[in-house]
Design a protein around this ligand. Structure first.
Ligand SMILES: [Zn+2]
Ligand SMILES: [Zn+2]
Length: 179
């Protein structure tokens, strides 16, 4: 059970206690978070999931720094040189882990809001999203090629020539594991 104790809003989506509401209607299916804001202007803030307490926060780095600096992984990151590639990679990895944990639980429950790597402005069919083979973040399949060029979890020198095919295979494996 993902606890969403602090009320946060993501566009028209309101996370309040254990209730998820969209436009005041309880949410009973799986949707993917979008970037549209409640007033239709600009982009909403992106809520991301903390790997340690499973809370959603708009400023996850700050949250990890303030609440979990005693965790080895966070302490290590805080010791890395600021603005270094190493530090950027480590933050991205810990963010991906939290979001992926959240997404796994949403899928298991069959309702909730999936956190994608890049939010689209309008709601898209969930089936269009695939997991990157390296960072496992949810990415709309047409963006996978582009994402691979900048994926911080992709080891240097490694290339995937069929990201969509591989991600679809991963998805198929994950669903047979559960069954
Ligand atoms: Zn936390
Ligand atoms: Zn990736």
């Amino acid at each position: 059970m993902v606890s969403l104790k602090e009320q946060t809003t993501d566009g028209d989506i309101v996370y309040d206690s254990d209730e998820l509401c969209v436009n005041n209607e309880p949410l009973n299916k799986v949707i993917v978070a979008t970037a549209g804001s409640a007033n239709g202007k600009g982009r909403s803030q992106k809520a991301q999931c903390c790997i340690y307490c499973e809370k959603l926060d708009y400023k996850l780095h700050k949250h990890l720094e303030q609440q979990h600096s005693n965790e080895i992984e966070v302490a290590k990151i805080l010791n890395m040189p600021k603005r270094s590639k190493e530090r950027r990679r480590a933050w991205a990895a810990i963010t991906a882990k939290g979001n992926n944990l959240h997404n796994t639980k949403v899928k298991e429950k069959g309702m909730g809001i999936l956190i994608p790597k890049y939010r689209q402005s309008k709601e898209q069919d969930r089936k269009k999203y695939l997991s990157c083979e390296f960072c496992r973040m949810l990415i709309i399949s047409t963006d996978l090629y582009k994402h691979h060029r900048s994926c911080v979890s992709k080891p240097d020198g490694v290339n995937s020539d069929a990201p969509v095919k591989i991600s679809k295979l991963l998805e198929a494996c994950a669903s047979t594991e559960k069954a």
